[in-house]
Design a protein around this ligand. Structure first.
Ligand code: PRP
Ligand code: URA
Length: 209
């Protein structure tokens, strides 16, 4: 079973509380998603392989470790996942970015697939899928399916807020995928919204409501 890592760092909790606030406007919401993505990205990348090297400091040789240089990919689930890309790629500037377009049918709550464009060598890359919200889990499972169909073997999922229901759905469908989160909320309401959550992440990020 993939692990679930909740990054309950004080900075994460503080920024998340402002993000949730219904009075927080689009500009600040966007900035917070960016900042939270960096903070979560720090943990998501914890297991990246490193290699030993010797660096000459002005005083003498220092045994150092540098990234091994494994190929990486960041895959946002459109739309709201876009808000997390710049934060993660600021940590991983060489990562390629793929896009998966999904929206939830408001009646069935099932994901509807409308776009997908991944790096041509995506199957050779370790992938971080990003999306602020993990609600029913349908969108995350569909995005992981797309990546696996293209040959991806090492996939991590990074969300800001998750419902317990969505975590279980992802773990059942993809037990090899680790999930990184800022918080696990209480439950899903009848409309599939996370309670208390933050509302509609895409609308808040892009100011579409
Ligand atoms: C939101 C969110 C996730 C999805 C989560 O996107 O960004 O992708 O819902 O819900 P799920 O776990 O139940 O699938 P939405 O479908 O609202 O599309 P949008 O980002 O284009 O607004
Ligand atoms: N998508 C969102 O943006 N928010 C939720 O609470 C659930 C799905």
């Amino acid at each position: 079973m993939g692990k679930v890592v909740v990054i309950d760092h004080p900075l994460v909790m503080h920024k998340l509380s402002i993000l949730r606030d219904k009075r927080t406007g689009t500009k600040e919401f966007r900035e917070l998603v960016y900042e939270l993505s960096i903070l979560l990205g720090y943990e998501v990348t914890r297991e990246l392989a490193v290699t030993e090297t010797i660096v000459e400091t002005p005083i003498g040789p220092a045994k150092c470790k540098t990234l091994e240089g494994k190929k990486l990919g960041v895959v946002p689930i459109l739309r709201a996942g876009l808000g997390m890309v710049d934060g993660i790629t600021s940590l991983l500037p060489a990562a390629k970015v793929g896009h998966i377009g999904l929206y939830r049918d408001p009646n069935t709550l099932k994901p509807v697939d409308y776009y997908s464009k991944l790096p041509s060598d995506v199957g050779e890359r370790d992938i971080i899928i990003v999306d602020p919200m993990l609600a029913t889990g349908g969108s995350a499972v569909a995005a992981i399916d797309v990546c696996k169909r293209e040959g991806c073997k090492n996939i991590k999922l990074c969300n800001l807020i998750a419902a317990p229901e969505g975590i279980k759905v992802v773990q059942d469908a993809h037990p090899d995928v680790d999930i990184y989160l800022a918080c696990i909320d209480e439950y899903l309401n009848d409309h599939g919204y996370i309670v208390p959550g933050l509302g509609d992440a895409g609308d808040r990020l892009f100011g579409t409501k």
